[in-house]
Design a binder for this molecule. Structure first.
Ligand code: FES
Ligand SMILES: [Fe+2]
Length: 418
């Protein structure tokens, strides 16, 4: 690790004395914090989501991905092993792989033709012996010492995770038994990719991670949800977190809606009296496929991974920082390998709810832009995260709480040392 650059070792940002019920705006706007995140968080004791095993099913398959802004290649070797390699040439630092996906045994750098295999081992150095007996690499040049940097890789339920840390627990311990159970509730059999979205957002990446844990906004901001009864806080549901409070899952059961509930009526949400109807009601109809009655499950794994079941719209989301005040949300929509044409068509139709122009999710991009624009000039300010108190309750049977947001900031503070 490069500890020589003082700017990466220090930050003037101090967390407010109130703890995780306050979030200093500076964590969304301070360039030193952003640099520290790559050192302490993305290269720190966390498991980063990289890819689906279904995206690299065959020997030689590869997929480009990112950990923070660090470019990474996920590969599958001839013996079926999944590897993750930093996509940075060991010679002079060029990107080695420019394709998003494909199948190849050898990755060759365009700059001086050094080549690497699927495990990252250096296989070839152009003009290693020089030209006409002159020049070339030193005789003691050690090929084995100049491979691509490798991440530690583990898979769970078809998800590929990678870490730069030797210390972090194995992935199942990192997730904890509750999170594992909710991951495998959705990823309960082999999946296939049925579509992708990329959403470029004009906000710091952590505002989106707060947003996905913020059950408070879902039944308020997202008019499609509550107008057409897909997800309301008045439904039976809850939030569960792992024992450390780092990861979360929220769920709700549409059949258990209690919209006449006076608390919800008293909230006077403007759209609740809407007389809007859908020209095609099947856009929002749930096709029963989960026996437990859960119609929406949103699960986030610290730091940047999200698994969703919104009715029959199943998918994963990977959040990638794109600089201090931009990020990219990459959605990969899934079906099961044994889906028939009927459920396949239902999943495609429901995919209109998500993505950059989704009936449900377009408001997130808009509102997070509002936040970033407004807090930019107030580095000493902080946001308030007190709904549901100041604790990180590991299990609630309601969703009128920002406890999962507080859990995110607990994890962030631990990893960042703030
Ligand atoms: S930078 Fe890759 S071969 Fe020189
Ligand atoms: Fe949202």
């Amino acid at each position: 690790m490069d500890d020589a650059r003082p700017i990466l070792n220090e930050t003037a940002v101090r967390w407010p004395a109130e703890g995780v019920t306050r979030v200093p705006y500076a964590v969304f706007t301070d360039p030193e914090i952003y640099a520290l995140e790559h050192k302490r968080l993305f290269r720190g004791p966390v498991w980063n989501y990289l890819a689906l095993e279904a995206e690299v099913p065959n020997p030689g398959d590869f997929k480009a991905t990112l950990v923070g802004e660090i470019p990474v290649i996920v590969t599958r070797t001839a013996d079926g092993e999944v590897n993750a390699l930093v996509n940075r040439c060991a010679h002079r630092g060029s990107l080695v792989c420019h394709d998003k996906k494909g199948n190849k045994k050898i990755f060759t750098c365009a700059y001086h033709n050094w080549s690497f295999d699927q495990t990252g081992a250096l296989r070839g150095v152009a003009f290693r012996a020089g030209v006409k007996g002159q020049g070339g690499m030193p005789k003691d040049f050690d090929m084995a010492a100049h491979g691509l940097e490798r991440l530690r890789v583990q898979t769970f339920a078809g998800l590929v995770f990678g870490t730069f840390s030797d210390e972090v627990d194995d992935i199942e311990e990192y997730l904890g038994p509750e999170m594992c159970a909710y991951v495998t509730r959705v990823l309960n059999r082999p999946v296939k990719v049925i579509g992708r979205y990329s959403h470029l957002l004009r906000n710091n990446w952590k505002l989106m991670m707060e947003n996905v844990r913020d059950t408070y906004h879902a039944g308020i901001l997202h008019l499609f949800y509550n107008t057409f009864g897909l997800n309301r806080l008045s439904m039976e549901g809850g939030i569960i977190m792992d024992p450390r409070g780092w990861h979360h899952v929220s769920f709700s059961k549409r059949a258990a809606d209690d919209v006449s509930n006076t608390d919800y009526e008293n909230a006077k949400l403007p759209n609740m009296r809407s007389h809007l109807t859908l020209a095609d009601p099947s856009t929002a109809e749930y096709y029963p496929e989960f026996e437990d009655g859960i119609t929406t499950q949103i699960q986030s794994i610290f730091p940047t991974f999200l698994l969703q079941q919104i009715q029959n719209c199943i998918g994963v989301r990977q959040l990638v920082p794109r600089g201090l005040d931009q990020c990219e949300l990459i959605w990969t929509l899934l079906g099961y390998e044994d889906d028939d044409e009927n459920i396949n068509a239902i999943r495609h139709k429901q995919s209109n709810m998500v993505g950059p122009a989704g009936f449900v999710s377009l408001e997130d991009g808009a509102v997070l832009d509002f936040v970033q624009r407004a807090l930019r000039e107030e580095p000493d300010g902080s946001s308030v995260v007190e709904l549901g108190g100041s604790d990180i309750e590991l299990k609630t049977t309601h969703r009128a709480t920002e406890g999962a947001v507080r859990g995110y900031w607990r994890a962030y503070r631990e990893v960042m040392g703030l």
